[in-house]
Structure formats: C-alpha cells, structure tokens
Design a protein around this ligand. Sequence first.
Ligand SMILES: *Cc1c(COP(=O)(O)O)cnc(C)c1O
Length: 231
Amino acid sequence: MIRENLEAVENNIKEACLRAGRERDEVTLIAVSKTKPISDLMEAYDAGIRVFGENKVQELAEKIEKMPDDIHWHMIGHLQRNKVKYIVGKVDLIHSVDNTGLAEEINKRAEKLGVVQDILIEVNIADEDTKFGLPSDQVLDFYVNTSKLPYVNVRGLMCIAPNVDDSEKNRPYFVKLRKIYVDIMNLMRHNGLVDVMSMGMTGDYQVAIEEGATMIRVGTGIFGARDYNTA
Ligand SMILES: *Cc1c(COP(=O)(O)O)cnc(C)c1O
C-alpha cells in the first residue's frame, strides 16, 4: 500500500511541477511518519524514500536510532526549548522555529557540538489561534535577528495552512508565504542562503508546489490515516 501511495504522490508532484513549469528536483518530498511504526517507515525506505519528517522529539530520537543511517531527518513539529538538546545536529532541518528563545537555545547547542544547525521560521500564515508560528508581520525582523546567530542557518520559511476541504482555498496563503520569502531574499541579497519554502501537506501539496514550495510534508497520503489512540 505504501509503495502504491508513494507512486501516486510522485505522479501528483510531477504533474504539479509540469503545470507550474518547474523541475521535479526543485521539490523535496518529506515523508511524514509520525505515529507510524518502524515497519511502515522501512516500507517507504525500501521504496526509495530517504527524507522523513517527525513532529515529536522523543519519537524522532527513537526512530533515528532504529532506522538506517543514510536518512535525512526533519523536525517539523512544535519544539520546546528544553528538548532542543536531543535533536540539534541529528536533524537536517528544524522547520518550527518561531521565537527568539528557541533560536538562541538551538544556537547554543549547535555551538557546543561544533555544528551549524539549519532551521526554518514557522509562520502562522492564516493567523489561526490554534496554530504556532510567528505572525506574518514579524517575520522579517525575526529573520534579521536570527540570522545573526552564528551557529544557526536560517534557510527559509515554513507554514501549515488551514485544514480545508478544497485545497484552492489555501492558495492565497501559499502566495502570501512566497511574498514574505521574496522579501527576505531581497533584503539579504548576497548574505546567506535562503532557499527553502516548506509548505503543502496531503490535502494541498499540489497547490503549494504550483505556488513555489521547495519542500512538501506528506503523511496521510503516503502512510494512510493516523490512529492517535494506539500511538
Ligand atoms: C502531520 C504533519 C504533516 C503531514 O500531514 P498530512 O496531512 O498527514 O499530510 C505536515 N506537516 C506538519 C507540521 C505535520 O505535523
């Protein structure tokens, strides 16, 4: 099932790229494996997947231990400062940085390890009370300040669009994130490398690709529905 799902997702990605005049390799598919057992992750791995996303620190750390070591791990979920030490240096990218204290803690841990940690700024793109992320109008200032931290590399932006029945409803939010992204690029010109827009999930990744997503985070579309009761 997972292999077939992956084929369907891959086809959808290719079609969205084609519609947008983009190359397939401009978009990284992150397989979001939260709550799923190792056997499911291995099925995706055997089908060629090497990029996985998790949203809980402990689950992520356990899966890193158990899975092959040629995997690129992404922390996509809300992150508390006191858990930072468990993942810095172990994940390629932390998608969910939305406050100065968190950015500073990541910087501190990265310095201790002698690494530079790639991060994204999470933006609360639809101003939803229920969501984490920085308000859109604070992103530029936050970017400028965070990019001064020597052991943190701000690669771009992430958003979680609203849960909608029609993915077209999220197009304006993806456009809005891209505008902020372009503003940052213009601001920085030759300083730093800003090249990541992480947006689009199972319900809306095709629209997100059409609007410029460079990373999409797909869980249900690959692994099937999640059961939070047994997880
Ligand atoms: C769970 C999760 C996803 C994947 O959601 P699906 O709708 O199952 O594709 C993507 N991004 C984040 C931040 C998540 O927590």
